[in-house]
Design a protein around this ligand. Structure first.
Ligand code: SAM
Length: 209
């Protein structure tokens, strides 16, 4: 059954977050937007779900909204929506969000996606709390803090970022994700994942309080 967006419980403020992106964003972020838009316009999407989606269901994912930060053209958001979840998908790239929205439309699940063009570190979730907060191939400490703060009690945080031996923008040392969790989280798994020459650090944690 197709349900209306308003029935999914997300009370969003898209325009406020849009302004957060365009009003006074650091110049580096505008460069990021242009770079990602150009890349997404050039490369055809694959819409592959991330393994953290299955891991979240396997660990026991409570009912409720999902938030995906820096979602890109997220196969994870589509997979979660196909499994009946309502997903708030946030990215700075309007090109990515348009492509994601078009694919969701094609699959008949557009009503389960709430697409928000915003900076992850400026995103205001309002009073919403999420059964799952997901971010993959993305690292920003402020966005991580926001993500942790809006996991509902009993909910999950799934985060994967490029791993680095030295701190660098968008990269984080393996072990740092669990180290930066606030109190009230239980680490379910934290792995260093090697794919070809790429290493990522992947965390799944549950909010216990
Ligand atoms: C490496 S891609 C990862 C996309 C997707 N999560 C995945 O796993 O394929 C990084 C994404 O972060 C987005 N991004 C970069 N800076 C951002 C910011 N400040 N706030 C929100 N999204 C951002 C980019 O537009 C891009 O979609």
């Amino acid at each position: 059954m197709v349900t209306k967006r308003a029935e999914h419980g997300y009370r969003g403020a898209v325009s406020r977050n849009d302004r957060a992106r365009s009003g006074g964003a650091p110049p580096g972020r505008d460069r990021d937007l242009l770079r990602w838009n150009a890349r997404y316009a050039d490369e055809p999407p694959r819409f592959r779900p991330h393994p953290l989606v299955d891991a979240a269901f396997d660990a026991g994912l409570p009912q409720g909204l999902v938030l995906e930060l820096a979602c890109g053209r997220s196969g994870s958001a589509l997979a979660l929506a196909r499994r009946g979840r309502s997903v708030v998908a946030v990215d700075i790239s309007d090109v990515a969000l348009r492509q994601l929205g078009a694919e969701a439309e094609r699959c008949g699940i557009r009503d389960r996606l709430h697409l928000v063009q915003a900076e992850a570190q400026a995103f205001d979730t309002g009073a919403n709390r999420f059964a799952l907060v997901l971010a993959t191939l993305y690292w920003d400490p402020a966005a991580f803090r926001i993500g942790c703060a809006v996991v509902a009690p009993g909910g999950l945080l799934g985060w994967e970022a490029l791993a680095a031996t030295q701190p660098r923008r968008f990269r984080v040392r393996h072990g740092e994700l669990s180290a930066q969790l606030p109190g009230g989280f239980q680490v379910l798994s934290e792995e260093l994942v090697r794919t070809g020459t790429r290493a990522t650090t992947r965390l799944l944690a549950r909010a216990t309080a």
